[in-house]
Design a protein around this ligand. Structure first.
Ligand code: MG
Length: 155
């Protein structure tokens, strides 16, 4: 068995789509980044890569590389999955924490869990998502950013 942890944070800006776990969430702002800036999938990707000792997302998809501009972060997850399968490992379970002041993510939770499960090619019951606010504290609490943690267990 192998365990991995991932963390990511992105700035919220106007006139960008908000994509979380591969799901477009209606909101007047979106996350700034070279790819689609899917903070949740980026944290997940780092957890997957970390679990197999394969560095981090920047190792494989540097934000200086034009080929990754605007690409869906599902591409990064697919690549991480390949590395995992090549080592004879599969996903036991994934636990995700989304930190965002707004919008309320509960109405989107099941869609996001389903999307992440699809990206990982596992049943939905292997993916858990928790969403919380920062109680108005710090840059996330002020609505300037969103962050995510991911923990994965491979077997
Ligand atoms: Mg990122």
């Amino acid at each position: 068995m192998r365990v991995g942890i991932g963390f990511d944070i992105h700035r919220l800006v106007p006139e960008r789509p908000l994509v979380l776990g591969g799901v477009k969430v209606p909101f007047p702002k979106g996350l700034l980044g070279h790819s689609d800036a899917d903070v949740l999938l980026h944290a997940l990707c780092d957890a997957l890569l970390g679990a197999v000792g394969a560095g981090d997302i920047g190792t494989y998809f540097p934000d200086t590389d034009p080929q990754w501009k605007g690409v869906p972060s599902r591409t990064f997850v697919a690549k991480a999955l390949e590395l995992i399968s090549a080592r004879g490992l599969g996903i036991a379970n994934v636990d995700l924490v989304m930190m965002a002041e707004e919008p309320k993510l509960l109405p989107h939770r099941s869609a996001i869990q389903q999307s992440v499960a699809q990206a990982l090619k596992v049943e939905m019951d292997r993916v858990n998502l928790k969403a919380r606010t920062m109680e108005g504290l710090g840059p996330i609490g002020a609505g300037e950013a969103m962050a995510a943690y991911a923990v994965v267990l491979l077997e």
